[in-house]
Design a protein around this ligand. Structure first.
Ligand code: AMP
Length: 188
């Protein structure tokens, strides 16, 4: 399975990514997690990414694309992968196309987890209290939602145009959402 997971911040992508990765026995690749690990480790990549992440902006495409290309060159993606948080704009989607054609593989599905912005704002503010992520403050959440709406949301049409889009309601219990996703994927 080669899966792209889309959805606004706070829709539950990370949680569902972990479950789907286990279910389909594929690695979940979260660009946000890779960036956060590099920020914590104070690596050159982390230093490049940090200011953008703190502002709720996208890390520049050349940095992000190179990082994903490296990751997709590793052996563990041979049997599939799930991308969580990438692509995040149309240029990244085109870049991903190039990476996949170099690897001579194709995506199976783009799953969009939908949730309205009031709901996700409340979830992110709740998560801030538990995880203490520095980008889960109200002004940065607002910015991240705006970035999603303007830069990432056009990917819905992009993947729909390729016949790869599946939309799943992200409201409800975690298990329920997982079952909805699996049912939708299996109905493909
Ligand atoms: P996430 O954990 O997916 O919400 O990502 C956290 C932050 O990492 C985002 O707000 C961006 O600053 C950065 N980031 C993650 N994925 C990407 C991407 N595909 N392109 C650019 N920036 C990204």
């Amino acid at each position: 399975m080669r899966i792209v997971l889309l959805g606004p911040p706070g829709a539950g992508k990370g949680t569902q990514a972990a479950r789907l990765a286990e279910r389909y026995n594929i690695p979940a690749i979260s660009t946000g997690d890779i960036f956060r690990a590099n920020v914590s480790g104070k690596t050159p990549l982390g230093l490049k990414a940090q200011e953008y992440m703190t502002a709720g902006a996208l890390v520049p495409d050349e940095v992000t694309n190179a990082m994903v290309r490296d990751r997709l060159d590793q052996d563990d993606v041979a049997s599939g992968f799930l991308l969580d948080g990438y692509p995040r704009n149309p240029d990244q989607a085109v870049e991903l196309d190039g990476m996949l054609s170099d690897l001579k593989v194709k995506l199976d599905v783009a799953i969009e987890i939908t949730a309205d912005s009031d709901e996700v704002t409340q979830r992110l503010l709740g998560r801030a209290k538990i995880e203490g992520r520095s980008d889960d403050t109200e002004p940065v959440i607002r910015k991240r939602l705006e970035v999603y709406a303007t830069q990432t949301a056009p990917l819905t049409a992009f993947f729909e145009g390729r016949g790869l889009l599946v939309q799943v309601d992200g409201l409800g219990e975690i298990d329920e959402v997982t079952e909805r996703i699996v049912a939708a994927v299996e109905a493909l």
